[in-house]
Design a protein around this ligand. Structure first.
Ligand code: HEC
Length: 669
């Protein structure tokens, strides 16, 4: 016991160092508000109030003592029985703070450090109640002697079930009430059904025998119990929403698995490979180190795709010649490409197409590209796509890379394949051992093959299996396996693993505790959706009642915007499409549409102006559409060029040579 006390003191010394004692306003008042003022306040049940420094200071030593010996706040449950959710007891740290404050002669501190005063509703301990149910008639008490257990039925007049967040009994004459129990009597209950309503009665005043029995014993549900000093009952927040949507809060089955891992990475760290081994590898795969002829080019493309007349092509050619002249006379090629090229994929990269090998592009392009010297610029090159100007920025002739050049790149794969081999050999042996005897234990196996045994967190079928590199096979095995059975070795990205299901936590409806985070998030989302809808409806109501749209929207904290003229096939960028707004086309200028749901958002709109279609517009629209279609066609043609390039690369297995350049060949624009 003595040593326990010693430790307690050590704790509080840390919390409140002697040179910086706690003050009333900063440190003590928050504790009093939270744990003491429910009784210790003006009009509370305790003889003295602890609301101001002046009221509290004289009791500093008594507070120290009453909290140290845990007589305050009153709490009679035995700590050894378990934890109660409404346990008001102070933490060791809070007790330490109050002690240090008393020991330092109860300093007041700075008033500005004080928390806001806690508002106590007129004699209630809970915040102002939504509903007060009064006993219609007071019960008479004799001056002395025992009284019979007294009931009074108080109608709630509820027309539907209600959820109760907090409840408190507030006796009008505190000193006369020993205790009180509030029962819930649902509408279909037969309990005390012939008893009078709204007046006090006791068992002996009842005539019906069943009622009389009911006044001595009941299994009806209790809402709350009052005794002097008891604290009001409060129930968990969000319970109603949770209860209504319980089916959404199923907790899936989870399993805990013990496993022994043949760790490939660990094996690899223990392996050495010699230069001779690397050389063997090099010789074996010598064809992999042959580098073909290749050229790194930039180009500028002026397109001739589409139905161009000869005159138009001639025009484009002239322009291309002009660009070529600029390139030849020293303008920076990359800048020219940025400015003139019509190849959207390379425009931002100054025309850079990356390294090309033979057979990748159309013949005219290839011929020109490979005939260039490093740094040289081509003449105009005509292909099916248009006029290209090509610049070779680097060039390599075919050769075989030397051993020294590639040696280091061979090491990691070789190490890995050797480690993999070792791991798979071990796995094979383990597999044989497991098949041979169904009594093999995970721990024996681990000991024999020098593996460590670890344990996963509880995982559901949809949780990531981080411990085992998210292996799908391991996950499948975990949920296929019976508890206690050893799996065969399973290959994962970390190596081979043998599993044993240690624990199965069955699927069950989640308790509020378990799923609170999700409940709170769902409730928040629902509330914000409801809020958005009611705002939308509010706005419509105001505009229909004659308010102007913009100020009404602003008044609701919204940001009104005006769209351009919109056709049925058009869209209002960032808001809605003409299709979604179909109803708008049947409204007249000034009319407000029904609110439109867009996902979780609502759109409210008013038609500002309406133009009937006219034939001239239609002609213009048609031309625009044709132009659009043409543009799309061009893009397609060029995309074909790129896709061909891309496919070629993939087929030849050259993709890995220049992965960063491959981005050049992505989709158009
Ligand atoms: C549930 C009501 C209630 C709460 C909560 C409560 N007290 Fe009390 N306290 C009382 C009552 C009632 C008395 C008077 C007891 C008596 O006269 O026998 C009292 C008396 C005291 C006394 C006088 C000395 C003693 O032990 O009798 C001190 C000091 C005290 N309380 C401190 C505190 C502190 C500090 C807290 C908060 C940490 C607290 N109380 C919380 C009801 C409460």
């Amino acid at each position: 016991m003595g040593s326990t006390l010693f430790f307690l003191r050590a704790t509080f010394a840390q919390v409140a160092p002697a040179n910086n004692p706690p003050t009333f306003y900063r440190d003590v008042l928050p504790i009093l508000q939270e744990h003491c003022q429910s009784c210790h306040r003006a009009g509370g049940i305790s003889p003295m109030a602890f609301e101001t420094a002046r009221q509290t200071q004289p009791y500093a030593a008594a507070i120290h003592q009453a909290t140290q010996n845990k007589s305050m706040p009153p709490w009679f449950a035995d700590a050894n029985v378990g934890r109660f959710s409404n346990d008001p007891s102070l933490t060791a740290e809070q007790i330490g703070t109050l002690a240090a404050w008393a020991n330092a002669q109860a300093p007041v501190g700075e008033e500005r450090d004080a928390p806001p005063a806690r508002m106590w509703a007129e004699s209630w301990s809970i915040p102002q109640p939504d509903l007060v149910l009064k006993m219609p008639q007071a019960a008479q008490l004799p001056a002395n002697g025992d009284i019979e257990y007294t009931y009074e039925i108080v109608p709630t007049h509820f027309s539907q079930d209600r959820w109760v967040q907090m409840a408190e009994v507030l006796p009008a004459l505190r000193s006369n009430v020993h205790h009180a129990v509030v029962y819930v009597r649902p509408p279909d209950s037969k309990w005390l059904r012939h008893a009078p309503v709204g007046v006090p009665f006791t068992a002996s005043t009842l005539t019906d025998p069943e009622d009389r029995r009911g006044a001595h014993w009941t299994d009806s549900e209790i809402l709350l119990v009052y005794a002097p000093g008891s604290s009001p009952d409060m129930w968990p927040a969000n319970m109603a929403f949770y209860d209504k949507n319980k089916s959404n809060y199923q907790v899936p089955e989870r399993r805990v698995v013990r496993y022994a891992l043949v760790d490939v990475n660990q094996i690899r760290q223990g392996i050495q490979v010699s230069d001779d081994q690397l050389k063997v590898q090099y010789q074996k795969n010598i064809q992999d180190y042959q580098v073909p002829n290749r050229v790194h080019v930039e180009h500028i493309l002026l397109m001739t795709v589409g139905n161009k007349t000869d005159a138009e092509v001639e025009e484009i050619k002239k322009k291309a010649e002009d660009v070529l002249k600029q390139a030849r006379s020293g303008a920076k090629f990359e800048d020219l490409a940025k400015k003139y090229t019509e190849d959207p994929g390379t425009k931002d990269k100054g025309g850079d197409l990356g390294w090309l090998v033979q057979g990748q592009t159309v013949p005219e392009f290839e011929k020109a590209a490979f005939s260039l010297q490093k740094g040289q610029i081509s003449d105009l090159v005509r292909t099916q796509y248009g006029f290209h100007i090509i610049k070779a920025i680097d060039k390599e002739t075919a050769h075989t890379k030397s051993f020294d050049e590639v040696k280091e790149s061979l090491r990691a794969p070789l190490l890995l394949s050797q480690a993999d081999k070792q791991a798979s050999d071990t796995a094979d042996q383990m597999s044989a051992a497991i098949r041979q005897s169904n009594k093999t234990s995970l721990d024996d196996l681990a000991k024999q093959y020098h593996l460590t045994v670890s344990e996963t967190r509880p995982v559901s079928a949809t949780d990531p299996l981080i411990e085992l590199a998210n292996s799908k096979d391991a996950k499948d095995a975990i949920f296929r396996q019976r508890a206690g059975d050893l799996s065969l070795p399973i290959r994962t990205d970390r190596g081979y693993v043998v599993l044993l299901v240690k624990e199965i936590q069955p699927a069950h409806p989640g308790t509020l505790e378990e799923v609170r985070d999700k409940v709170v998030a769902d409730l928040k989302r629902q509330k914000s959706i409801e809020l958005a809808r009611s705002k939308a409806e509010d706005l419509i109501k105001r505009v229909k009642a004659g308010e102007k749209f913009d100020p009404a929207a602003k008044g609701l904290g919204l940001d009104p915007k005006a769209s351009d003229l919109l056709a049925r096939n058009g869209t209002i960028p960032g808001a809605a499409s003409g299709k979604q707004l179909t109803a708008a086309f049947n409204l007249n200028a000034g009319e407000v549409g029904a609110p439109l749901t867009l996902g979780q958002n609502w759109l409210v709109y008013q038609v500002a102006e309406k133009q009937e279609p006219n034939p001239a517009d239609f002609e213009k629209q048609k031309k625009d559409l044709t132009e659009e279609a043409l543009q799309a066609k061009r893009s397609l043609a060029y995309e074909a060029f790129r896709t061909a390039l891309d496919e070629r690369l993939k087929q030849e297995g050259k993709l890995k040579l220049m992965p960063e350049k491959m981005k050049n060949f992505g989709s158009l624009g």
